[in-house]
Design a protein around this ligand. Structure first.
Ligand code: GLU
Length: 439
């Protein structure tokens, strides 16, 4: 860690992600001298390769715009590189390296053969027209296409990249490579996409929460849930939680939080999607449309009293003070759905209070797992029914929960899901690296 801090002093998100994993796997690592002999940690924290490229495109005013594109191919010990693309102005190498590093363990937890990768651009989709989004995606793929492939590296969506963007990216890949293969996941249903993929991250997260709750003899029905964000992941989580009888009383955006004591319903959930599609990145209009809802400018969803908190937006969106506020309001479960959504201080607060806390790499793994199922269907040239995919997603989330409990149960019976997820993912990847020699 000390060496990494010197080498990558300005990559704070990446250092945070590595530190969290190393701290939790320490005792297991020390019990396996063969890992140390093979310098597994030193090899694991270094990405296999990173591509950085220029993306130039022309906006609707005829102005030439320049962005930076990236793909981090982090680790392929257990399968082709796999992970999303993030389009957001905050994107830089530190963020993509942290996401790629997390992805290694998350993908290992799914039990499917997928390595870890991540990519994206500092392109800001906010306020862009559909034609601008298309031109940007085409220019991005013009550079990326030579470095990806259905058995090499399979990108997908992440923040700022949804079905529309995957369509434009795929169209350009197909034109350049002259092949129609499963090179991207999150595709449209008529051209190779998997049913349930759009819902999968949010659905999987709620299935995971159900398992956590059942273990302590509780049920999600009637629980008050606060969710942050209003994008694809928040939408999927709100949909499934509502279907199962929970009350989603808060959502949020960069502009503030919405409190709706009546909870979500089909109409409100559909409106979340509409808001997202408008590309304005504001949640305030929700309160204009639904009289039961109130908008709190500048507030986070964590100021609202709830049983279960589900961060569904960005890294470090729930800090130590937010955790204290949630705990003071009686929150007894936090399921991180965003990648590294909680700061180390927040996690320490939750664990000190002995409430249920599970990390993003376990809770949100249903998204990439269903991407893995999309790859399988593409490779077999078939498509499964929604019921079939949902059943498999259920099974995967149940297995991940089981692995977390197996590796994370403490002598006093408290389940440290963070440790459980990291150790389970690490053991699989480290063993594969060991068996494949020094490469
Ligand atoms: N971006 C999502 C994640 O963080 C999904 C990745 C994928 O489907 O490949 O896991």
């Amino acid at each position: 860690m000390a060496r990494l801090k010197v080498k990558h002093a300005d990559e704070k998100e990446y250092l945070q992600a590595v530190q969290e994993v190393l701290e939790t796997i320490e005792d297991v690592y020390n019990r396996h001298p063969e890992f140390e002999d093979s310098r597994i940690i030193e090899r694991l924290v270094e990405p296999d390769r990173i591509f950085t490229f220029k993306v130039t495109w022309v906006d609707d005013n005829g102005e030439i715009q320049t962005n930076t594109g990236y793909r981090v191919q982090f680790n392929s010990a257990i399968g082709p590189y796999k992970g999303g693309l993030r389009f957001h102005p905050s994107v830089n190498l530190s963020i993509l390296k942290f996401l790629g590093f997390e992805q290694i363990f998350k993908n290992a937890l799914t039990t499917l053969p997928m390595g870890g990768g991540k990519g994206g651009s500092d392109f800001n989709p906010k306020g862009k027209s559909d034609a601008e989004i298309m031109r940007f995606c085409q220019a991005f793929m013009l550079e990326l296409w030579r470095n990806i492939g259905p058995d090499t590296d399979v990108p997908a969506g992440d923040v700022g990249v949804g079905g529309r963007e995957i369509g434009y990216l795929f169209g350009m890949y197909k034109k350049l490579a002259r092949e129609h293969t499963g090179v991207l996941t999150g595709k449209g249903m008529t051209w190779g996409g998997s049913l349930i993929r759009p819902e999968a991250t949010g659905f999987g997260a709620v299935y995971f929460v159900q398992h956590m709750l059942h273990r302590v003899d509780r049920d999600i029905r009637g629980m008050k849930i606060a969710i942050s964000g209003f994008g694809n992941v928040a939408w999927g989580a709100a949909t499934k939680a509502t279907q199962l009888g929970a009350r989603v009383i808060a959502i949020s955006g960069p502009d503030g939080a919405i409190y709706d004591p009546e909870g979500m319903n089909d109409e409100k959930i559909a409106y979340m999607l509409e808001l997202r599609r408008s590309n304005n990145d504001v949640v305030a209009p929700f309160a204009d449309k639904f009289p039961s809802a109130t908008f709190y400018p500048g507030k986070k969803a964590w100021s609202i009293k709830c049983d279960i908190a589900m961060p569904c937006a960005y890294q470090n969106e729930l800090d130590g003070d937010d955790a204290k506020e949630l705990l003071a309001n009686g929150t007894w479960c936090c399921a991180e759905v965003s990648n590294m959504g909680c700061t180390p201080e927040a996690i320490a607060e939750f664990q000190k209070a002995r409430i249920l806390f599970a990390p993003g790499k376990a809770v949100n793994a249903g998204g990439v797992a269903t991407s893995g199922l999309e790859m399988t269907q593409n490779a077999m040239h078939i498509s499964w029914s929604a019921e079939e995919v949902d059943r498999k997603l259920h099974e995967i989330m149940s297995n991940i929960h089981h692995a977390c409990v197996q590796y994370g149960t403490q002598p006093d019976g408290y389940v440290n899901y963070l440790k459980g997820a990291n150790v389970a993912g690490f053991m699989k990847v480290a063993t594969a690296m060991l068996e494949q020699g020094v490469i």
